[in-house]
Design a protein around this ligand. Structure first.
Ligand code: CO
Length: 210
């Protein structure tokens, strides 16, 4: 059997199990999508949003990219954010990084990685903003992991800079923003940063006509 064929077999077994446990399982989900959470996570295969949070299909709206970035020219991210906030009206947005993230690690080197350079440049900017703190950490792994926490914090702040989030804050007092970092070693999520709806941000980023 080819490796991908196993996936299809497992899928059939999973669907059968779901219906056996709960005959209405799929008919309920087909008619309704009301997730309370938007998850912006790393593409890393070891950090599956539903599995590590014990949530089911239908509970989390998910966007994943290399190093869980919120880039203000990324149409993909902005489309997901707009739909999640304006249509699904999620109550919480979670940016979840993970310690040891290869994307952040690569951004802290001078390697030329081709097209990925352009994506990693956004992480290099985070390093530059926090250079004094990051570069004062002697231990290499600790330095990387602090950068990963700071990157999550900056991506949460990038969410707050969008007109999408500011408009929702003004009119609905939602969503609340959370920055988390997952630890691959023990499976535990470490909350590192929060912005409640309506938190004041640097005024240069505030829009006055929302
Ligand atoms: Co990663």
């Amino acid at each position: 059997m080819k490796s991908y064929e196993k996936l299809l077999l497992e899928n059939k077994a999973w669907a059968k199990e779901k219906v056996t446990d709960d005959p209405e399982y799929f008919s309920r989900l087909v008619n309704l999508q009301t997730p309370e959470f938007l998850w912006i996570g790393c593409s890393d295969s070891r950090v599956p949003a539903n599995e590590i949070t014990g949530t089911q299909p239908g509970e989390i709206f998910v966007h994943r990219n290399i190093a869980n970035m919120v880039v203000n020219t990324d149409l993909n991210l902005l489309s997901v954010l707009s739909y999640a906030v304006e249509t699904l009206k999620v109550k919480h947005i979670i940016v979840c990084g993970h310690y040891g993230c290869g994307g952040v690690k690569a951004a802290m080197t001078n390697h030329n990685l081709g097209i990925i350079n352009k994506w990693l440049r956004n992480i290099k900017d985070v390093h530059r903003f926090h250079r004094a703190e990051v570069d004062s950490i002697q231990h290499e792994d600790q330095r990387l992991n602090r950068m990963i926490e700071l990157n999550v914090m900056e991506q949460v702040m990038n969410l707050a800079k969008t007109s999408i989030v500011q408009k929702a804050w003004k009119h609905n007092n939602m969503p609340h923003l959370h920055g988390w970092v997952y630890d691959l070693h023990d499976g535990i999520i470490n909350p590192v940063f929060e912005m409640a709806a309506g938190t004041h941000i640097d005024p240069i980023y505030e829009f006055d006509d929302l």
